[in-house]
Design a protein around this ligand. Structure first.
Ligand SMILES: NC(=O)c1ccc[n+]([C@@H]2O[C@H](COP(=O)([O-])OP(=O)(O)OC[C@H]3O[C@@H](n4cnc5c(N)ncnc54)[C@H](OP(=O)(O)O)[C@@H]3O)[C@@H](O)[C@H]2O)c1
Length: 279
């Protein structure tokens, strides 16, 4: 598929993470990007990536929809109907790529009509540094070359995989929201370091180095299971063992798994409220 212009409808947090990633990993793609957002403040953030002539308010959504080959939807789910109205007639061939979490291909098909090509893509914010994890699911009738383009686009910003659509919701809770869990853990390590007497920036640097080391080890020894890694450090009755036992008494594993399940339930509830039929 030949793409000469990409319209991003909704230049908020995930779209800006994409732009940062493109600037680092694929600056040539930024040349083809057009963006719309509601507030001048949001648009002003884009001036470092895209020249002003390619920035639009919602009043320009119809122009963008006509001009661009790929229409990348990046508004909040609740704003989707309004955006659709502003986009006006969508004349094929267009490829619509929706980043909107929890809105099914069927829902999008009802909104946009079945003669457009629809792909859902769920990236996470690590696309900003070329380490994103993005899952995609394609609607019926999407050309293999269009899907290849989407996987290639997100692949330049990390890892891009194809999933059955029914797996996108669990993926959203695990990997789309996942960076927040990682940062929570970093903040806990930082807090622990501060409680032991280091200042904020030293503790933060320790926390980051620690996780960096853990990721490095997991890459260097891919055949080891997580428990084997833990046992590498956790000698029976030792200090690590004491800390791990205390965590286990606090049911931290169960608590985390329950929390993820709650996230999935929340997404399902939000879909029901929006009248989106389940995948
Ligand atoms: N954040 C993530 O990590 C992540 C990951 C995967 C998927 N997603 C999905 O991506 C979508 C956006 O999430 P976000 O976190 O980036 O939200 P966000 O920061 O609130 O961004 C949404 C953007 O949409 C703009 N907008 C709203 N209505 C518009 C319209 N009619 N025309 C043009 N722009 C409009 C808003 O403009 P103003 O800023 O001017 O109000 C805002 O910049 C959501 O559907 C979410 O489910 C997010």
């Amino acid at each position: 598929m030949k793409v000469s212009s990409i319209g991003i409808f909704g230049g908020g947090r995930i779209a800006q993470a994409l732009a940062d990633g493109l600037a680092r990993m694929a600056p040539d793609e930024l040349e083809r990007v057009y963006v719309s957002a509601r507030s001048p403040v949001t648009l002003s953030h884009w001036e470092k990536w895209v020249d002003r002539s390619r920035l639009f308010s919602p009043a320009g959504n119809a122009v963008l929809a006509r001009r661009c080959d790929v229409l990348l939807l990046s508004v909040k789910p609740k704003d989707l109907p309004q955006l659709r109205a502003e986009m006006g007639e969508i004349v094929p061939p267009k490829l619509i790529v929706s980043l909107v979490a929890g809105r099914s291909l069927r829902f999008l098909e009802e909104l946009f009509g079945c003669d457009v090509s629809l792909v859902r893509a769920l990236p996470n914010v690590a696309v900003a540094v070329g380490k994103g994890l993005t899952a995609c699911a394609a609607g019926p009738g999407v050309e293999p070359s269009s899907l290849e383009w989407v996987l290639g686009f997100f692949g330049r910003l990390g890892r891009a995989i194809l999933l059955e659509e029914r797996l996108l919701d669990p993926f959203t809770v695990l990997a789309g929201c996942g960076p927040a869990y990682g940062f929570l853990f970093l903040s806990l390590l930082t807090e622990a370091g501060m409680a032991l007497g280091w200042d904020d920036s030293e503790s933060r640097a320790f926390a980051v180095s620690l996780l960096d080391g853990v990721v490095g080890l997991s890459e260097a020894y891919p055949s080891l299971g997580w428990e084997e890694f833990v046992q590498w450090v956790r000698s029976p009755e030792g200090v690590t063992d004491t800390v791990c036992r205390q965590l286990e008494r606090g049911r931290w594993r169960e608590s985390f798994l329950e929390a993820i399940q709650k996230g999935v339930e929340k997404l399902v509830q939000m879909q029901k409220e929006a009248g989106d039929r389940r995948v």
